[in-house]
Write a protein that binds this ligand. Structure first.
Ligand SMILES: NC(=O)c1ccc[n+]([C@@H]2O[C@H](COP(=O)([O-])OP(=O)(O)OC[C@H]3O[C@@H](n4cnc5c(N)ncnc54)[C@H](O)[C@@H]3O)[C@@H](O)[C@H]2O)c1
Length: 338
């Protein structure tokens, strides 16, 4: 079992991964500047795992603090979730995105090099495929970026590839997540965006709860079965378990690896609305508005590589994703009567 540093460990995917990794016996240290998360999430994490997880409040751009944390906890491997993740915001604030994401990754690599920690899992994204040239998306699909967020992920992936080439001690996995949704079964942790959500599932949840009047569906004239956009939604606990499998894989293999974490199933916006209504018993009123610039018709994974290399497949279904999202929202006390 390893001693792991999880950057961004108080956030949505990081906290679920911390639970999974800790439950199977890894010793987890969390590192986060709490810019998009809270201490309450950390307390809930402790409650789920039944012990206190060491936490260091810090920015990943603070190389010295990272290096001293790696040393003082004798860390063997790092899982790097910390970063900014909104496509829209990245277009308005590209400097913040390159500073947090790219500069943050460089700082982390410097600290790891200083302390001779050479195993790293990086949170990448299906956004690195740009506009799909074919579907399903496998890892050999050409990469490109259509916004600063995507470009920051791509730049980090390429930097990591160079690092792995420079020294055979490095073991690096770039996990390309598709669309993580859902929450831990305890409903103690989940996705809680501040303000108006950018992603479909949290938006649907807020409409079902009566916090938003209607869901805006951006276009119903795409070349898809019902005309609405199709994405590969994956349960966040499956994504978390993918990290445990990747860590195991890296204990046996060196080099740089890009691996999709997706289900391989594309779901349309209307399918998601329907599934959520069934799981929650609530209505999700919607209206169709104009397409959003930059949106693609369809995006879903070819999941074969993760199956072959990691022995990992997504196990949870759409109902699990919707029901756990709704349960988490209700548990936070925000659901109003309808
Ligand atoms: N959620 C998605 O749909 C999705 C999809 C693909 C990839 N990703 C990537 O996965 C990672 C985790 O995403 P998430 O959904 O859990 O996001 P999140 O915002 O919930 O978690 C990110 C965490 O990183 C912390 N953080 C941000 N900048 C930091 C910095 N400079 N120093 C230290 N901590 C910092 C935040 O406080 C937050 O707790 C991100 O890198 C994101 O780009 C997410």
């Amino acid at each position: 079992m390893s001693r792991l540093l999880i950057t961004g460990g108080a956030g949505y995917i990081g906290s679920h991964s911390a639970v999974v990794l800790s439950k199977i016996g890894h010793q987890v240290v969390l590192y986060d500047n709490l810019s998009n998360s809270s201490r309450a999430a950390l307390e809930n994490l402790d409650q789920i795992v039944g012990q206190h997880m060491p936490f260091v409040k810090g920015d990943v751009r603070n190389t010295e603090l990272l290096a001293s944390t790696l040393a003082s906890h004798s860390i063997d491997a790092v899982i790097h979730f910390a970063g900014l993740k909104s496509v829209g915001e990245s277009t308005d604030k590209p400097i913040d995105y390159y500073a947090n994401n790219v500069q943050g990754a460089i700082s982390l690599l410097q600290a790891m090099q200083m302390q001779r920690v050479t195993t790293l899992i990086f949170s990448s994204s299906a956004t690195v495929y740009g506009n799909p040239q074919y579907l399903p998306l496998d890892e050999t699909h050409p990469t490109s970026a259509t916004n600063p967020y995507g470009r920051s992920k791509l730049q980090i992936e390429e930097m990591l590839r160079d690092v792995a080439k420079s020294d055979p001690n490095w073991r690096i996995a770039c996990l390309r997540y598709f669309n993580p949704v859902g929450a831990h079964e305890s409903s103690l942790i989940g996705e809680s965006p501040t303000g108006i959500p950018n992603n479909l599932m949290p938006y649907i949840v807020q409409v079902a709860a009566g916090q938003q009047a209607t869901l805006s569906i951006f276009g119903d004239d795409y070349p898809t079965p019902d005309g609405t956009g199709v994405r590969d939604y994956i349960h966040v606990m499956d994504v978390a378990e993918g990290h445990a499998a990747a860590l195991d894989f890296l204990s046996k293999t060196n080099g740089w690896h890009a691996i999709n974490l997706g289900t391989g199933n594309g779901r349309s916006v209307l399918e998601m609305v329907d599934a959520f209504e069934k799981a929650s018993g609530r209505k999700v009123p919607y209206r169709v508005v104009a397409r959003r610039v930059g949106d693609v018709a369809e995006c879903y994974a070819n999941p074969h590589k993760s199956d072959q290399l990691l022995g990992w497949k997504a196990a949870r279904n759409l109902d699990d994703m919707c029901a756990s999202s709704w349960q988490f929202h209700k548990a936070t006390g925000l659901a109003v009567s309808q």
